[in-house]
Design a protein around this ligand. Sequence first.
Ligand code: NDP
Length: 444
Amino acid sequence: MPYTEEIYARVVEQNPGEVEFHQAVKEVLDSLKVVIDANEEKYRSLGLLERLVEPERIISFKVPWVDDEGKVQVNKGYRVQFNSAIGPYKGGLRFHPSVNQSILKFLGFEQIFKNSLTGLPIGGGKGGSNFDPKGKSDREVMAFCQSFMTELSKYIGADQDVPAGDIGVGGREIGYLYGQYKRLTGLYEGVLTGKGLSYGGSLIRTQATGYGLIYMLEEMVAAKGESLEGKTVIVTGSGNVAIYAVEKVTQLGAKVVAMNDSNGYIYDANGINLDVVKDIKEVRRGRIKEYADLVPGSVYTEGKGIWNIACDIYLPCATQNELDLEAVKILKANGCEIIAEGANMPTTREATDYILENGILFMPGKAANAGGVATSALEMSQNSMRYSWTAEEVDAKLKGIMKDIYAKVSDAAARYGLEGNYVAGANIAGFEKVVDAMMAQGIV
Ligand code: NDP
């Protein structure tokens, strides 16, 4: 049996029920097959893939806190420290009821290759809790964050593991987490990224994932000899990634006509008014359907189906497996030419295969959304230097990194005769650096 298939079977057998983790491993191994086949003997002798698919450490803990009614609540907390071959573990914290070990392992595994692609010295990790910040008071969120950090603080540090935000973890949560870390350890260090500007945050970090996605999109469009001017775009989600993707792509002359949240989607033929979305989502923490009440001519539709709207470019920026085979067939039939993933693994495996076989240009999340973690690494650098770069400096570095990732991804695909297959290109380019570092460091 080929080495990649043997390892996939081992992962399924040893991690029962962890379907998201299996899916992520399968996608990576399938596209690395060409590289691994060519080096099979060497990699086998070093147990390279066995070591790559096993997290270095998983920390799992209880998070007790008291709600506003005085009732004790208990959530599950996790940190998956997946791979530190090229730097301290780095990856976000997700607070969402769906969070479980499988989802965090899939995200941590993806993070290894994404972080490698940035060219910066950061290993792969991910963490979070099944806590749902939605509908909680600020005091409840603070109580939860303080309890979560009381345990997590034992395992993280500026040169060890540096978490950031993800779904459900924004500026408010990072602030409460940082305050508690500092109180417990007495250290004022860059242990978290996504911090506020008044206490060590980096300019442009809030915008970085969305802006970076659009800088990547610019490269993809340019490779087709086109520009973003006049393109019709759909951006899914209406959180951090989605909002700043809409902001940048609109600045560059495209028109975003639809966005959604987990309840339904809005369509605005005149182009989404982002100030209204920001007010609903960032200020009032409301629902996207309120947009239709505030903007004449826009329409709200309850439920799924945003992909039924025609577009040139589709940017899934909400969550994993939001885009399935049926949906991409409709996108293709309606003329969609490019899909770039702002979210992590938003496209199912069947849908990805269809996209690659049917000539839609596709950039996977580990390359397209790497601007967030790259700017987090720039925040770490600024914290270490005790110095801050200007917004223009950070934005220019972010743009340079996204261009560089595009070049690496398309070069890796071309080297293996897979021109235009950016899924393979991203996995191969990310893998090469990690493997090199793992081989140099011996069996650890
Ligand atoms: P946020 O919590 O800020 O926003 C998530 C958005 O997605 C919300 O609007 C949410 O709506 C919506 N959503 C969630 N589930 C669904 C669903 N099933 N259908 C439709 N909409 C849904 O998270 P982020 O913007 O930070 O993260 C989005 C994605 O990007 C995630 O996959 C994350 O891992 C990835 N990512 C984030 C980075 C970052 O820097 N923030 C970096 C790299 C990747 P609702 O409010 O209804 O739940």
